[in-house]
Design a protein around this ligand. Structure first.
Ligand SMILES: [Zn+2]
Length: 170
């Protein structure tokens, strides 16, 4: 159970984290997040299982408090796994045509925006030394990460992950 940030009514949350929940009382959409801090870390060449696939870690780098892994699945498709505190995402790079006015500053938390024919809720914004990240969430724990850096914008699409789902394999 969590409480609606708008009217304080109780909202029933499912067991999964990173879920968009709609208040039955006032209709406000809120974001349920995993509050457990993660100590999960992976090494280069590590193999792990996630969502029914095996991935191998190619590289890792630290972006302030964020750890970013470049990983490959068995078909050699490239994914990006990021872990920061309680937030973990599994994404792939996607090309999107953006409105030129779109900026990190304009994406205020709880703003709704339509991109790639989906409705997203801005659920998180983070500022690092060299880049600014906006995290947008849709149904089924889908995540769209917009990265503003040096006047360019890159984006990644994928899922919020619970680090407990990452299982090391030999
Ligand atoms: Zn409410």
């Amino acid at each position: 159970m969590i409480n609606c940030p708008q009217c304080n009514a109780q909202i029933k949350a499912k067991s999964t984290t990173h879920e968009l929940l709609k208040c039955g009382h006032c209709g406000t959409t809120t974001f349920s997040q995993n509050n457990q801090h993660s100590t999960k870390s992976l090494l280069i060449k590590d193999k792990f299982r996630l969502k029914g696939k095996i991935y191998k870690v190619q590289t890792s780098k630290k972006i302030d408090s964020l750890t970013q892994y470049s990983i490959f699945d068995e078909n050699k498709d490239n994914y990006i796994l990021t872990i920061e505190d309680e937030d973990c995402t599994l994404t792939q790079i996607i090309d999107i045509k953006y409105n030129k006015n779109l900026s990190w500053h304009s994406l205020l938390p709880n703003t709704q925006i339509k991109l790639v024919e989906k409705d997203w809720l801005v659920t998180e914004k983070r500022q690092y030394q060299k880049a600014q990240y906006s995290y947008l969430t849709a149904q089924n724990a889908e995540v769209l990460v917009l990265i503003f850096q040096d006047k360019s914008l890159t984006s990644r699409i994928g899922w919020w992950i619970d680090t407990m789902e990452i299982k090391n394999v030999q």
